[in-house]
Design a protein around this ligand. Structure first.
Ligand code: SF4
Ligand code: SF4
Length: 340
């Protein structure tokens, strides 16, 4: 569908979100908890924190839970009962709305969707993603860790969001990008005023700080470069960079239980863990933390873009903000671009 444009006051935005909740939607928004801000279910609009830049973790867990059951089995005498874990995925995502995240997070689901529908269609991911609606809010001021503008997005990009809100002059301007967005606002059309595109606030001129194509060109030619071994000596392999990331999606599959009952589960994993690529023989092809962080860079800025024509990174800066060793992926991507 062609994009459509609307104005909405803050008071009406509150009524809109509260009506989504009272209409049975599960609204997930940035909300304060334990001295920080995380995505979580809100009971009303006022529980959302729309003033902070980004929640500490992304909303990835609502698409790819930290742990999910793929199937469960129970034995009754000689009979075996199997319960398909897809039922949990189907039940989880009816009318779920991610509200008040930023454009980088809005883009992340659509980027991850590509790998989950490549050689194998991951029904678990797809069940959660197909009905999920995303209402993002454009950023007014990125921080020093943000680099969405260097990676084909911007603080006001609507890519991946069904609705993008932009605050301007005390009210919000909404870009509705698709039918999913229209389905959300149609029951509350009295709260919105449709306007023409030329009445929307003009986009700002966001400056790039480096050329990500040059980062990729460096990675294309310099797999063995000493930079990787030297730069990541301080990395302790904690993996929080990958867990906080909205686009990292590595997982491991485990069986647990016994001969009477049990289950197969899928858990988040991380390429930054030393045993991630440990073979049964004892051989590990990624010996050092430099090998492991190089893999992360290769996957994000080379391999994924070659396969899916998108970088596996939205420039949110979460990995850098959360890193206990202050390893900043924006600085690293820029270093590599400058060395090319
Ligand atoms: S968060 Fe920092 S220290 Fe931890 S694995 Fe990632 S880069 Fe290494
Ligand atoms: S790699 Fe870092 S900056 Fe890129 S999407 Fe993941 S957390 Fe955000």
């Amino acid at each position: 569908m062609e994009e459509r444009y609307f104005e909405i006051t803050r008071e009406n935005l509150k009524k809109f979100v509260d009506s989504l909740i009272s209409g049975g939607s599960e609204v997930i928004a940035p909300r304060d908890r334990d001295g920080d801000t995380f995505y979580g279910k809100i009971a009303n609009f006022d529980e959302a924190n729309l003033d902070m830049l980004l929640p500490k973790m992304s909303y990835k867990e609502f698409l790819l839970p930290k742990t999910e059951i793929l199937f469960e089995y129970s034995l009754f005498g000689t009979e075996t009962e199997i319960k398909d874990g897809l039922e949990y995925a189907r039940g989880a995502n009816k009318k779920r709305v991610i509200f008040g995240g930023r454009p980088c997070d809005g883009a992340a689901g659509r980027i991850m969707e590509k790998v989950f529908n490549w050689d194998y269609k991951d029904e678990f991911f797809n069940e959660r993603f197909k009905d999920l609606a995303i209402i993002s809010i454009a950023c007014e001021k990125p921080d020093n860790y943000c680099f969405c503008m260097d990676i084909e997005l911007s603080p006001e990009s609507s890519y991946g969001s069904d609705i993008l809100l932009k605050k301007d002059g005390g009210k919000y301007f909404a870009t509705v990008t698709d039918e999913k967005g229209m389905a959300l606002i149609t029951p509350c059309m009295n709260l919105f005023k449709e306007i023409s595109r030329d009445k929307m606030p003009a986009p700002k001129d966001w400056k790039k700080s480096f050329d990500i194509e040059k980062t990729k060109e460096f990675l294309d030619k310099n797999f063995e470069h000493k930079y990787f071994q030297e730069r990541f000596l301080s990395c302790i392999g904690c993996g929080i960079c990958t867990y906080a990331c909205p686009t990292c999606h590595c997982f491991d599959i485990q069986d647990e239980g016994g001969c009477k009952e049990g289950r197969r589960i899928r858990n988040w994993d991380s390429c930054q863990f030393s045993i991630f690529t440990l073979h049964a023989s004892g051989h590990n092809p990624r010996v050092t933390q430099g090998d492991r962080y190089r893999q992360r860079l290769m996957h994000k800025f080379k391999i994924y873009s070659e396969k899916f024509n998108k970088y596996l990174c939205v420039g949110c800066g979460r990995c850098s903000r959360n890193c206990p060793e202050d390893i900043d992926i924006r600085e690293i991507a820029k270093d590599l671009a400058d060395m090319e």
